[in-house]
Design a protein around this ligand. Structure first.
Ligand code: CA
Length: 126
């Protein structure tokens, strides 16, 4: 899991009551390149996984206030991109701002972003 623009709070634990109370966490994610396959992984910019601690499902929420925060410049996965086949878990590549570009294998993906099994791609989450 890679997260930015999220404040886990003084207890250092993700998904507990003090999340977001420690200060204004801000941040964007630059260009990410995965040289092989990417699976069972979430990348989030300015998004909380919610009480269930999983990205890509209905309880995800925004934790930053400006659209200039929580962007992902690009994601390039040179191999395959998958969630976790056969699992009820969910995964997400999610941004409050924009995901600038997505390329999987040799194919440049375009909006609307496709899903990859139980891994969803979302940006502009309000
Ligand atoms: Ca969630």
């Amino acid at each position: 899991m890679l997260m930015t623009a999220y404040d886990i709070g003084p207890d250092g634990q993700l998904g507990t009551a003090d999340d977001g109370t420690f200060g204004a966490a801000k941040g964007n994610i630059g260009a990410i390149t995965v040289g092989g396959n990417m699976s069972s992984t979430s990348i989030a910019a300015g998004i909380s996984p919610g009480p269930g601690l999983q990205f890509g499902d209905a309880d995800d929420s925004v934790v930053v206030s400006s659209s200039l925060q929580g962007a992902i410049q690009s994601l390039t996965v040179k191999g395959t991109l998958t969630g976790l086949p056969g699992s009820t878990a969910s995964f997400g590549v999610e941004a409050h701002g924009t995901l600038g570009a997505l390329k999987v294998g040799s194919i440049t993906k375009t909006r609307p972003w496709p899903s990859f099994g139980n891994l969803v791609i979302k940006d502009g989450i309000a």
